[in-house]
Design a protein around this ligand. Sequence first.
Ligand SMILES: Nc1ncnc2c1ncn2[C@@H]1O[C@H](COP(=O)(O)OP(=O)(O)O)[C@@H](O)[C@H]1O
Ligand SMILES: [Mg+2]
Length: 274
Amino acid sequence: MLEINNVSKIFPGQRKGLFGHTEGFKALDDVSLRVRKGKSFGLVGESGSGKTTLTRCILRLETLTSGNILYEGADIGKLTSTEMRRLRARLQIVFQDPYASLDPRMTIHDIIAEPLVIHRDIVPMTARQRTERVLELLLQVGLREEHLFRYPHEFSGGQRQRIGIARALAAKPEFLILDEPTSALDVSVQADVLNLLHRLQEELGLTYFFISHDLGVIRYICDEVAVIYRGKLVESGPVEDIFERPANEYTRMLLDAMPDPDPDRSPFRQKVSA
Ligand SMILES: Nc1ncnc2c1ncn2[C@@H]1O[C@H](COP(=O)(O)OP(=O)(O)O)[C@@H](O)[C@H]1O
Ligand SMILES: [Mg+2]
């Protein structure tokens, strides 16, 4: 459903290279991967490896230096702005930082309803229907009706991320990009939000492109995983294979860096025992 073909992205640099011309910085180097419908694809790599740059390329917030990205067979780089707007309704993103990504001056109602207003040509609704949809979403992500007209500062990090997830789901997308959705949260809260994401994927039949620097999180959520290092994919495959038989030195290092969780308290135990 999402196909990334030989994508490279070079950011123009300020530094002068050896021969006096400016050297660019290669944030993505010949990246290819495929996210299959209804599956959860994980992208793992340490900070600075190019993960967010790749999501920005998918959303066309960056231009590609080379390669192409297809969604349901259509080249994202060639869509008209109207087609791109339509695609954005089907393909939503949950950001890493729930503090920075919610407008502090908007009520929870207006934040969650925003995509319904932006995409009102695609999901036409009256104001009353929008409010009903927002209520339904609040309950779906584990919040309550009384939260409707409050402001982001009244919520904890975990609750804010639930609000971000409700907003992403508002216009009934089929595909979610989750860029480190639990990385900014306390460990105790991470497990709850991961459980929620896991449940929503099953209930709604969503496709996930799930980014993390944490292989434990990827293992809990994902079917397939690709490992990225300094802009290059070093290996990819079914999650269990990569965990059991990492072929690459860097992947092994990521695995070694994983804390050995106490199986009784681990947020990941459900998947492990399943
Ligand atoms: N607009 C930009 N201009 C120049 N360099 C950038 C820009 N955006 C990201 N980079 C660089 O690209 C690299 C990858 O960044 P990023 O995609 O944010 O990594 P990750 O999300 O994996 O932590 C970093 O070295 C970052 O400094
Ligand atoms: Mg990032």
